[in-house]
Write a protein that binds this ligand. Structure first.
Ligand code: SAH
Ligand code: SF4
Ligand code: F3S
Length: 476
């Protein structure tokens, strides 16, 4: 789900890829001549929020552009999850500042988690930016832009208990037209000791399920064939109708979205081991179009470290949840997040993480070394005492092991046939399509005439690497 320690270059490439498209061209044609440029970092929630921002700005007559030279407004939607994520943003801000020197009147705005974390420090210390807008204040953007245009400092970092942007129809910035994100909740009420998200995103709140279903139905009408329901902890989704008292939990919401159309694939992220219920698993098993894939961050395989992380489950609990997945949704792939070198982690405890990975047989993992974040419980109460070289070495061991496990996991698919949703051309060749199976594995295969992105095909797997499967169309 997340952009994990990406290099600036890979980020730029991805931003570039995601900026090429019809939506932009259409927007540019329709525009009255005022353009904004937006770049997003961090998790899918941020990418999804940028589409809310785009929608708010479009209503003011601004069209999105991917050409920096055309833009009057530059926005950077930022992430604070690790120090490196913030460094990347600061580098970009320095580049934008050079543009500002050359083009007076150009405005630069910082959005998202770093805006929320640093607040007015951004305006005072950095002097690089004109607007600072937190994740719950995007409705206020038109006013803030006007303030900045008049030369005033523009800032709104108010965190709301209610805002879900439920009534704002996102302006899709991704060109694929096949797969879209839908935010179902915002914020996080957990207090994992390493994590900055509760501070940058505020309290957890769930969005009206009927607006979620309406958005999914609208996307399906427009030709989309996959939606990913987003939240920091989707399993704690909970909505209560203020008038009737009717309640909707995550399992119910999943079923509601799955029923929009059997050709609409439904994915979700992220699940929390402490909250993932059998009811959700049973709903997954019941609907063919709910993808058989769960991202279930374990963080560590050692119960003492899990307690220090305040994850509120231990290794035995996590193992039991994996057994439940295997029992109820036998063909489900499971991926995870891992943090290496958390405060006081010993070699033996690190080896518990390695053994957990082998046991769970994760199809994929996002792996990091611990980065202390100011203000978090761990920063205040625990010592960041694992030396950087040890953290890095442990991370290398974790990555090497996961590569081995992913390769074996993928090789076990050789000879099998999967239903694949075509997403577009493969990165390497326009003769090949790429798409995913239900288990979220990327599959590349030669094109056949008459097929297009958004179509489903059955692909038989011939070859596997640790990252991709390759095959041929067995039947359309
Ligand atoms: N809500 C999700 C995760 C959000 S952050 C969940 O609870 O699982 C995404 C991932 O970043 C986390 O799962 C964790 O592995 C990693 N992460 C968060 N804070 C971190 C930190 N301070 N240092 C290193 N990795 C961190
Ligand atoms: Fe952070 Fe924990 Fe909330 Fe995930 S569940 S966003 S790791 S506090
Ligand atoms: Fe980063 Fe904020 Fe997401 S800190 S991971 S962009 S919620």
């Amino acid at each position: 789900m997340y952009d994990r320690n990406p290099t600036l270059e890979s980020l730029e490439r991805r931003i570039d890829e995601s900026r090429q498209g019809e939506v932009y061209l259409k927007g540019e044609e329709l525009s009255s001549g005022r353009f904004f440029y937006i770049e997003s970092y961090g998790c899918q929630m941020n990418f999804s929020d940028s589409e809310i921002v785009a929608s708010v700005l479009a209503a003011e007559g601004y069209a999105p552009t991917r050409d920096l030279a055309k833009a009057e407004l530059i926005f950077i939607n930022t992430c604070s999850i690790r120090e490196k994520a913030e460094e990347t943003v600061r580098k970009r801000l320095r580049i934008f500042d050079q543009l500002k020197q050359q083009r007076p009147g150009l405005l630069v705005g910082v959005l998202g988690c770093m805006a929320e974390r640093l607040k007015k420090k951004f305006l005072e210390e950095e002097k690089l930016v004109d607007l600072v807008v937190g994740p719950d204040a995007y409705r206020d953007l038109p006013k803030l832009v006007r303030q900045a245009e008049e030369g005033h400092r523009a800032i709104n970092v108010f965190l709301s208990r209610e805002e879900t942007y439920a009534d704002i129809s996102p302006l899709r910035l991704d060109e694929s037209g096949v797969s879209a994100f839908i935010s179902i909740m915002r914020g996080c009420d957990n207090m994992c000791s390493f994590c900055v998200v509760p501070f940058t995103r505020g309290r957890e709140r769930s969005r009206d399920p009927f607006t979620v279903v309406a958005e999914a139905a609208d996307l399906f009408e427009k030709g989309y064939r996959e939606v990913t329901l987003l939240g920091q902890n989707v399993d704690s989704y909970h909505w209560k109708n203020p008038e009737t008292g009717e309640q909707v939990n995550f399992a119910r919401l999943l079923a509601m979205v799955a029923e929009v159309h059997s050709d609409l694939r439904v994915r979700f992220s992220t699940s929390h081991p402490k909250d993932m219920t059998d009811e959700v698993l049973e709903t997954m098993a019941k609907y063919e179009n709910i993808c058989k894939y769960i991202h279930l961050p374990v963080q560590s395989g050692n119960s003492r470290i899990l307690a220090l992380m305040n994850r509120t489950y231990d290794r035995t609990w996590y193992e039991e949840r994996i057994r439940a997945i295997r029992r109820i949704v036998p063909d489900c792939a499971i991926s995870t997040d891992i943090i290496c070198g958390f405060c006081s982690e010993t070699e033996e405890e690190h080896r518990d993480t390695l053994s957990m990975m082998r046991w769970a047989n994760f199809s994929m993992a996002y792996m990091f070394y611990y980065s202390e974040r100011p203000g978090t419980l761990a920063a205040r109460k625990l010592k960041d005492d694992v030396p950087l070289e040890v953290k890095k070495r442990r991370l290398q061991e974790v990555i090497a092991l996961q590569n081995e496990i992913s390769l074996a996991h993928n090789q076990a698919d050789v000879g099998k046939t999967f239903k694949v949703l075509i997403e577009g051309d493969s990165k390497r060749s326009t003769d090949d399509f790429k798409g995913r199976n239900s288990q979220n594995k990327m599959i590349v295969f030669p094109k056949k005439p008459g097929l297009k992105p958004g179509d489903y095909v059955f692909v038989q797997i011939e070859e596997a690497t640790s990252a991709t499967l390759r095959g041929f169309i067995a039947s359309p």
